[in-house]
Design a binder for this molecule. Structure first.
Ligand code: C5P
Length: 470
């Protein structure tokens, strides 16, 4: 018999297998064995009728789904070449359009070689007008992606300009549009860009990113980095995939995320390294599962997940107030890294440095938001989930936390600096659940934080339905 090497499968298939494996609490190898066992046990009717058609919502097979990728002129254009590969891996046919400015960063030849289709550049190019024309590029596709979406391109879109091929396509299209903005943080926060983004969102475009991080310009950082190609490709899949089951439809899910900032004086604060990525990913996954989602977030550089009501707060006390105001909920997930302590009395003025005298900061304990909500008599959500970020004795500490905080589940993750979990994109978690008098520990393999979120939400949906016998 031929042997099967999981490592050699497509990235997208491996990612799906990891999520399935995590959902079933088994290894990827065991998951594959299970799938093969089920497939072998199923009755086989040979012939074309037995071949799955793999149709999506537009009635086409996924392999036929077309994406028009408009590459704008920014340094992030180099990532768009990787995006072409990521989209093709997911079965999309990609046709690229490069603006004049984009061609300063990447060539049409590179884009067409990767896409395996012609790349288009000019509105007045007789060959491309003869070939497909801008109206067909605008409509003969299932989705238009603009990556990088520069401040200039977005301004033109918001104003309805059409003076080159890219903007003419965007004005002529009746297809959904996904923008992956990328620009310097000051350009992103500029009032003109804010206005244009707000207008574009009102016009119905979807945004992915921008992310926070280092800029190409030396020493600059902030919100403005283009979302990673995998993130953009997943957003495309999410927009084109037929609406899947919505197991949390009609449920309200409350999530906390990010760090808290505890003021010392008007300019200084106590904080921690939480990025908020895992909590935001859970909010997006719960929304995708049909839930009404309220996300209470400490200060992070992440954009609001689409369709999620986001309440931004600074301190633990503000977070508690926002959580209490958001109740009741069917499920509450406390992924925030709340500061344990704050200073007893916050200074009204900046504490001055005095020679030889160190300021004495008296600390007091912050309210424990999770424990407070888990102890509520009437308004306690039926499923309360905490997180445990530990650097040692992970499972033991998490078990103790489950009991001490009186929550139903603890999601434990190792945040030792070597693992790169804090601020990183991957996570290895253990889900510790009360099951009657027993405590069950499910250890999941290392996954992207999005995958952890999807698997966790699937588990939550199972638990919600099991409790209600639905
Ligand atoms: O910081 P600690 O390890 O106790 O965090 C465990 C869980 O408790 C996390 O889910 C965290 O969001 C929650 N927590 C909280 N309020 C605090 C401290 C922690 O909600 N003040």
């Amino acid at each position: 018999m031929a042997s099967l090497t999981i490592r050699k499968l497509d990235e997208a298939i491996k990612a799906a297998l990891r999520v399935r494996a995590a959902q079933h609490g088994r290894s990827v190898e065991d998951e594959v064995r299970g799938i093969l066992r089920e497939a072998a046990a199923a009755p086989v009717a040979l012939g074309p009728a037995n071949i799955s058609s793999g149709h999506n919502s537009s009635g086409k097979t996924e392999a036929e789904s077309q994406v028009t990728l408009i590459i704008g002129g920014g340094i992030a254009a180099y990532k768009s070449l990787d995006l072409i590969r990521r989209l093709k891996e997911r079965g999309f046919v990609v046709r690229c359009v490069l603006t004049n400015a984009a061609q300063q960063f990447v060539t049409p030849l590179a884009a067409s070689a990767l896409a395996n289709t012609r790349a288009y550049t000019g509105l007045f190019d007789p060959a491309s007008e003869f070939d497909v024309g801008h109206i067909r590029l605008a409509r003969d596709c299932d989705l238009i992606v603009v990556a990088p979406a520069t401040a200039d391109l977005m301004a033109k879109m918001a104003g309805g300009h059409a003076d080159d091929l890219a903007t003419a396509i965007l004005l002529a299209t009746d297809r959904p549009v996904l923008l992956a903005p990328a620009m310097n943080p000051l350009m992103w926060s500029n009032a003109a860009t804010r206005r244009n983004v707000a207008q574009l969102v009102r016009d119905g475009v979807t945004l992915v990113g921008p992310d926070a991080g280092e800029m190409a310009e030396a020493g600059e950082s902030g919100v403005g980095r283009m979302a990673e190609p995998v993130e953009i490709a997943e957003a495309v899949l999410g927009m084109l995939r037929p609406a899947g089951p919505r197991p949390l439809a009609g449920r309200r899910v409350l999530i906390t995320a990010g760090p808290t900032h505890e003021p010392i004086d008007p300019v200084r604060y106590i904080a921690n390294r939480s990025s908020g990525k895992q909590g935001f990913a859970i909010a997006a996954a719960a929304r995708a599962a049909g839930a009404e989602v309220v996300l209470v977030s400490g200060p992070v550089g992440l954009p609001d997940p689409p369709g999620v009501a986001v309440k931004r707060v600074e301190s633990a006390r503000e977070m508690l107030a926002a959580v209490e105001a958001a109740l009741p909920a069917d499920v509450a997930i406390f992924a925030a890294a709340v500061a344990d302590w704050r200073v007893a009395s916050e200074g009204d003025q900046k504490i001055k440095k005095a020679a030889g005298a160190l300021p004495r900061l008296e600390l007091v304990e912050n309210p424990d938001i999770l424990a407070t909500v888990a102890r509520l008599a009437d308004a306690r959500p039926p499923l309360v989930i905490g997180f445990a970020a530990e650097t040692e004795h992970l499972i033991d500490h998490a078990r103790a936390k489950l009991a001490r905080k009186r929550c139903d589940w603890i999601v434990a993750n190792d945040v030792s600096p070597a693992g790169g979990v804090m601020g990183g994109d991957r996570n290895t978690v253990h889900v510790i659940r009360k099951d009657g008098d027993e405590v069950r520990v499910d250890s999941w393999p290392a996954m992207a934080k999005d995958e952890v979120a999807t698997a966790l939400v699937a588990r939550i949906a199972e638990a919600v339905h099991a409790r209600q016998g639905t």
